[in-house]
Design a binder for this molecule. Structure first.
Ligand code: TXA
Ligand code: MG
Length: 305
């Protein structure tokens, strides 16, 4: 991989775009200090300029240079979970420009744990801004093939690090308003963090918008006790995502694991598969409303909004 990573760093230095694996999902990386590179990133991503992106660093010490102040609780979380699937929103220092923060007074920072991401960050030697490597509003990629499907020639290089281990995006904890608040549930559960989630934030963040992470086929969430009845009433070709065994009345059936981490790992690939099954509707069996399932339920809610 080293040669490829060296090439990737050169592309970033020249203002190009490199997709790279992280433990959560694949990121579309650009030089976070370059206005020109960031402009290209937003264009390819088709992301509105006011939506901030997460900046990735090789170490917590590097990350905290982009913050004006770092509360003790944020330092403790960083110590415990970095490198890993956690993003901290902090008051920004003057290193974080408007073109990464969407003009907000805060910046999102993260130290990823995937070995190729770490290698790239060290080789490049500077922070890398990286939203998920999909077009705005679509399902995030968890393999290099997903990235190529979505972005094609718009990305200069895709580093292949195999399927993402976590499978859904990082947990975002906002420290910019004083008390810690979870803005987006993710790789690390709210119960584990012991931090409250905020249903709706005043901060603009695309993960908080309705109809994000959505397949193109209309999809709906169905309670377990209603699944059988809903299937019996189907009038069109349907694809189903469920915990139980396939039902012969259904054209396309994917079975999911009953463990939330295993479910998360498979989720985005499953949504892409369901979308590709040429059906008119997608039915998704709702997971149990239990602790540990928050992030999966959040993504399913958005996929079916
Ligand atoms: O797991 C992840 O976080 C992946 C990988 C590639 O690291 N990245 C990711 O980035 O999910 P993206 O851009 O798709 O989602 C970033 C989320 C968005 O909801 C964004 O608006 C929010 O983080 N965000 C970033 N900076 C922010 C800030 N200053 N204030 C509030 N929200 C922020
Ligand atoms: Mg995204």
């Amino acid at each position: 991989m080293s040669n490829e990573v060296r090439r990737a760093a050169e592309i970033l230095r020249a203002g190009g775009l490199v997709a790279f694996p992280t433990e959560t999902v694949y990121g579309l990386g650009a030089d976070a200090s370059s206005a020109k590179a960031m402009a290209r990133l937003y264009e390819v991503k088709r992301r509105p300029a006011a939506h901030p992106v997460i900046v990735h660093f090789a170490s917590a010490a590097d990350a905290f240079q982009w913050a004006r102040e770092v509360p003790q609780d944020a330092k403790s979380l960083a110590e415990r979970y970095w490198p890993g699937p956690l993003t901290l929103i902090l008051k920004r220092s003057d290193k974080a420009k408007d073109f990464v923060t969407g003009g907000q007074p805060s910046v999102g920072v993260r130290v990823p744990s995937h070995p190729i991401a770490s290698e790239l960050l060290k080789e490049f030697g500077r922070p890398i801004a990286a939203p998920s490597a999909n077009r705005f509003g679509r399902v995030s990629p968890t393999t290099a093939a997903h990235v190529r499907e979505d972005l094609g020639a718009d990305v200069d290089l895709v580093l292949d690090g195999g399927p993402s281990e976590v499978g859904i995006e990082s947990t975002i904890v906002d420290f910019s308003g004083g008390d810690a608040v979870i803005l987006r549930p993710g790789g690390i559960s709210a119960a584990e963090l012991q931090i409250k989630s905020k249903a709706r934030s005043s901060i603009r963040h695309s993960g908080g918008m309705e109809k994000h992470y959505a397949p193109k086929t209309p999809a709906r969430l169905v309670a377990t006790h209603e699944l059988d009845q809903q299937i019996s009433q189907l009038k069109t070709r349907a694809a189903v995502l469920a915990f139980s065994r396939p039902d012969e009345r259904v054209d396309f059936w994917l079975r999911m694991p009953r463990d939330p981490a295993a479910y998360a790992r498979k989720l985005y690939a499953a949504l892409r598969e369901l979308d590709g099954a040429n059906c008119d509707a997608i039915l998704i069996e709702a997971p149990p409303a239990q602790s540990g399932w928050e992030a999966v339920i959040d993504r399913l809610r958005k996929a079916t909004a």
